[in-house]
Design a protein around this ligand. Structure first.
Ligand code: ZN
Length: 748
């Protein structure tokens, strides 16, 4: 397609490591108190895309990061940090932060209590890793802005998801359902970013599927199917020999890689770099002169960024074999998702032989579809480029006090937040506790008594009858809108936000829309955009889990049956209609540029002072007498075959003393000539890092690290060893790094 002034944008993309604490922290998603991380399978990343018009008048930032969701605390803190350095270039109005919704990331990054019950309150390390890493990824992407083009296309993902609440979906009007082939969206929308000189910059896609391929028995920090797809795509696109954490089988030596980087930063000559005495001094020099952190040092290198962002995944499961009773092998009762009346034994399965395999399969199905579209996008004749202005619009809305005119002429209101009984039942991706089942439209005397008794202690004002009526037919189990002791349990103010890049509109929604709710919202925005003057080729995508978390949003029809997602639609039966109207109202200022007319709404507070913090913190470490940190407990065998698993164990220390951002807790090294070269790190799929502490009454604590390397079938034969990087804390609080190294072994 010919290049015109309006189909050229400033584009920049960047990826940073946001892996937080990997042990002693509850995982965000399943809300199981026992799901406390004890190690690391894959690192978590923030992937940022900044787009500005050719005149640099308007810019927008879209971030997809490997976290459970974006919290209000994360968004407000990221914006605050950006503004401290960049003034009004960024604000909450032109920045969208979307969580991939991995259920295997750390918890504890909220300013509302309900989300931090199972994490035992606020976890400073989780919050810092997310806030700093997301901020850094936006800054890096912004620093790399270059003129380029953005291509758009879509394709179908083959068996990448199923509907986990199909009986709920069936409540939507038949005429509406008849317009769609499936009860989930199978389409993946893909953007390809390329500089004017043809350098690939990044890929950003949206496709709905829960990252619940890893189930609640998993205790290793993991980016699930979305993160796996991203790293596989990035590996596919890496420059020759590029070696970065998270990539598998690096090629170029660190010398050549660093030389390229050095050249990039200082615009210096290769001869000068080669004249440097050794690589560590060289890196030290770089750090001293340019970067304060090693992670930014690595991130500065321009590598391809591939994000698999989240969409309307509310009722969408990756467990494509569907739910069965795991005790009997029979089908679950379809309406309540129970086996023998209880939800705990009914769970979704597949498609793989175990959860790691399932994660990989669902990742590769997304990867294949995105790759197909992306490669087709590179074919200039068969492509569509984004063409038009860059724009954004944003409004804060207090969701507790909205009213709306219904089709029958009556007026309906939103409610103060509340969770229904069936929220506590969980869903087939992860069941809840006690005797709750899905589809409960009536409470029980037993739980209502507990609820009302608790309310006396945790609500300044006890919820009135009108509040419970407002939520009907949802029986409220947790009246969170009134729960404010020791502080608020739920947000009340949400972000309504749209970004526009050419003919693409991105709707940033604060939670998990179900399939049909998402379709309706996109269609409404699409119609409104065209009526406001955008072209027939207008595309609308829905970005899920952005800005502030408010659980689920179902259609009003789905709300009636009170399946899990409906029970978790917190502002009551008319939540969706209010969102639809609010988003629709913002299309006019988005298209016309008439932002001055937008009522900006009530800004939420950044609350930090009164957070509960009772989760354990890392303390001093110790080793038995005569033993050093890093000494081997279980060493390697002399020889392994490919497809064997190497398992080694070390005397260790708490890994939280250093989160190793942009770095690694372990290296698998191969002997090349006389030098050891890193071939895998803790970010790689084939390695697992786990930590256990010996029971002790008081610190210091003795602990052990186990490293597994699942040797890939195509691994080159040769001599290998495994290195563990730890940091121990002394009783005086000082922290000292150490390493442990296994004996050499052969892979035959
Ligand atoms: Zn979810």
């Amino acid at each position: 397609s010919p290049i015109t002034s309006s189909n050229i944008f400033y584009i920049g993309a960047a990826r940073t490591d946001v892996t937080g604490p990997v042990v002693q922290v509850n995982m965000m998603g399943y809300a199981h108190p026992e799901q406390v991380a004890n190690g690391l399978h894959t690192r978590l990343y923030s992937r940022a895309f900044v787009v500005a018009d050719k005149e640099l008048n308007t810019r927008v930032a879209f971030v997809s990061f490997d976290g459970g969701m974006t919290s209000q605390l994360i968004k407000l803190q990221v914006v605050k940090k950006l503004q401290e350095k960049h003034g009004d270039m960024f604000s909450e109005r032109n920045v969208v932060i979307s969580g991939t919704h991995t259920h295997s990331g750390p918890a504890g990054f909220f300013q509302f209590l309900l989300f931090e019950i199972t994490s035992l309150g606020h976890v400073e390390q989780s919050t810092t890793a997310f806030v700093d890493g997301i901020t850094e990824s936006i800054e890096l992407a912004n620093s790399r802005l270059e003129l380029g083009k953005i291509r758009i296309g879509s394709g179908l993902v083959n068996e990448g998801n199923i509907n986990r609440s199909p009986t709920s979906y069936l409540l939507n009007p038949e005429s509406e359902r008849a317009r769609y082939t499936h009860d989930t969206e199978q389409e993946i929308t893909v953007l390809g970013f390329e500089t004017l000189s043809g350098d690939p910059v990044g890929m950003l896609s949206w496709y709905p599927v829960h990252p619940t391929s890893m189930n609640f028995t998993n205790l290793l920090i993991n980016s699930d199917n979305k993160g796996r797809a991203s790293t596989l795509f990035e590996k596919m696109m890496r420059k020759p020999g590029e070696t970065l954490g998270g990539q598998e089988t690096p090629g170029l030596s660190i010398h050549v890689f660093s030389a390229r980087l050095y050249k990039y930063i200082l615009n210096n000559t290769i001869e000068h770099i080669q004249s440097l005495p050794n690589i560590s001094k060289f890196i030290q020099h770089l750090v001293e002169t340019n970067c304060t952190k090693i992670s930014s040092f690595f991130a500065f290198f321009e590598s391809f960024v591939a994000a698999f962002a989240q969409a309307n995944l509310g009722d969408v499961s990756p467990r494509t074999k569907g739910p069965i009773c795991f005790d009997t092998g029979l089908e679950c009762e379809p309406l309540s998702s129970t086996c023998n009346g209880r939800s705990q034994n009914c769970t979704g399965f597949g498609p793989g032989k175990d959860m790691f395999d399932s994660t990989d399969i669902i990742a590769r199905r997304q990867l294949d579809a995105a790759k197909g579209v992306y490669e087709n996008n590179c074919n200039l004749s068969a492509t569509e480029v984004l063409d038009g202005p860059v724009s954004w619009v944003h409004q804060y809305v207090d969701m507790t006090s909205q009213s709306i005119k219904l089709d029958d002429g009556t007026t309906a209101n939103t409610c103060k937040p509340g969770m229904g009984y069936s929220f506590a039942a969980g869903c087939t991706d992860g069941a809840g506790a006690f005797d709750f089942v899905q589809g409960m439209t009536r409470g029980t005397a037993f739980w209502n008594t507990i609820r009302d008794t608790l309310a006396k202690f945790i609500c300044t004002v006890e919820p009135p009858k009108e509040y419970y009526d407002c939520h009907k037919p949802k029986p409220v189990l947790l009246p969170t809108g009134y729960m404010d002791i020791p502080y608020e349990w739920h947000p009340t103010t949400v972000d309504i936000q749209l970004l526009r890049i050419g003919q693409l509109v991105i709707a940033a929604v604060p939670g998990e829309y179900t399939t049909m709710a998402g379709r309706r919202l996109k269609e409404k925005i699409h119609m409104e955009a065209i009526s406001q003057g955008m072209g027939e080729n207008t595309k609308v995508v829905l970005a899920g889990l952005t800005n502030v978390y408010t659980h689920y949003i179902t259609t009003p029809e789905e709300y009636v049956a009170q399946i899990y997602e409906a029970a978790s639609t917190i502002f009551g039966p008319h939540t969706f209609q209010v969102y639809q109207e609010k988003f629709s109202d913002l299309v006019f200022p988005l298209v016309s540029g008439n932002k001055d007319d937008v009522d900006l709404g009530p800004s939420p507070e950044l609350k930090q002072a009164n957070q509960s913090r009772i989760a354990p913190l890392p303390g001093p470490d110790k080793v038995p007498a005569g033993v050093n940190f890093g000494d081997i407990i279980d060493d390697v065998n002399a020889t392994y075959s490919t497809d064997d698993v190497v398992v080694v164990k070390f005397h260790a220390a708490n890994p939280r003393h250093d989160m190793k951002l942009g770095s690694t807790y372990l290296e698998v090294e191969r002997l090349v000539g006389r030098a050891w070269k890193t071939v895998y790190t803790d970010a790689d799929w084939s390695t697992k890092f786990s930590w256990e502490e010996k029971n002790s009454i008081a610190p210091p604590v003795e602990s052990y690290v186990t490293i597994e390397w699942d040797i890939p079938v195509d691994e080159a034969s040769g001599t290998y060893r495994i290195v563990y990087h730890g940091d121990y804390m002394d009783v005086d609080g000082s922290i000292t790094p150490f390493t442990g190294t296994t004996s050499e072994f052969d892979v035959a």
